[in-house]
Design a protein around this ligand. Structure first.
Ligand code: ADP
Ligand code: MG
Length: 233
């Protein structure tokens, strides 16, 4: 219980901080990015390399801010009824290039007629954060299996990878702000994921074996199909 309390206090502090800083920092970042892009278009030779590096680091900063913003205001996005096949097909198309770049693959087995209530962009962010972790854990011939099905009035989403896996100590700290084992990690990804799933009245559980792989199980309340869809059935 004490742990839980400490965690929620930490969350509140970070949330406040994020809300005030994130908006202010984003604008100058965008302006800088624009000018750098302009310059890199005019430069050739050795300097271009440095400009591209600067651009990619700016993008990294921007991603961190996006994580912060989501965390700060998870409830203000527009919600609708989301179709899981549509959402996961889109998520897969976003992540497949990264997946292939890391020498792996990703397979979807998503049942028909799975609906949940939430914001499409938040939903995508929650799952992109989890799947990116799987990709970053890839060894040779990495593989991700995503399955989604209905059980009672809930939707179950399993994401299984054959990556490096986690020790129990790591497993118990998932979602803690700034907890990362990567040189370029932010330790914000799963914190954001947990927060989004929580806001959708759902929950996430992780199972993992060091050296063998990791599985996350996300459980969300099933929503009724939107009007138009139920009529066309
Ligand atoms: P980051 O990815 O920036 O490190 P996250 O919150 O996304 O932050 O993840 C926290 C840590 O949890 C990671 O650094 C990694 O050690 C561990 N982790 C999360 N998902 C996986 C996974 N699928 N396989 C192995 N380790 C994982
Ligand atoms: Mg991550």
């Amino acid at each position: 219980f004490n742990n839980e309390l400490q965690r929620s206090e930490k969350m509140e502090i970070i949330s406040e901080l994020a809300a005030s800083v994130a908006h202010e920092v984003r604008n100058p970042l965008q302006v800088t990015r624009g000018f750098l892009q302009l310059l890199s278009g005019k430069t050739n030779g050795g300097d271009k390399k440095y400009m591209l590096m600067a651009l990619s680091e700016l993008d990294r900063a921007s991603n961190i801010i996006t994580d912060f913003l989501t965390f700060a205001k998870p409830e203000f996005e527009q919600t609708s009824i989301l179709n899981l096949q549509e959402e996961f097909n889109h998520i897969r198309s976003i992540l497949l290039p990264l997946c292939h770049l890391n020498g792996g693959n990703m397979e979807l087995t998503v049942a028909d007629n799975l609906w949940v209530k939430g914001s499409s962009s938040k939903f995508k962010q929650a799952f992109i954060n989890m799947i990116k972790n799987s990709i970053e854990a890839f060894g040779e011939e990495g593989n991700i299996d995503l399955t989604a099905y209905r059980k009672g009035d809930h939707v179950f989403i399993h994401i299984r990878d054959n990556g490096e896996g986690m020790d129990p100590q790591v497993l118990s700290r998932l979602g803690e702000p700034y907890f990362s084992n990567k040189t370029k990690g932010t330790g914000l990804g799963l914190m954001v994921t947990f927060r989004i799933i929580e806001a959708m009245q759902g929950e996430v559980r992780f199972l993992s074996t060091k050296g063998a792989g990791t599985e996350s199980i996300t459980i969300l309340p099933l929503a009724d199909a939107p009007e138009a869809d139920s009529r066309s059935l």
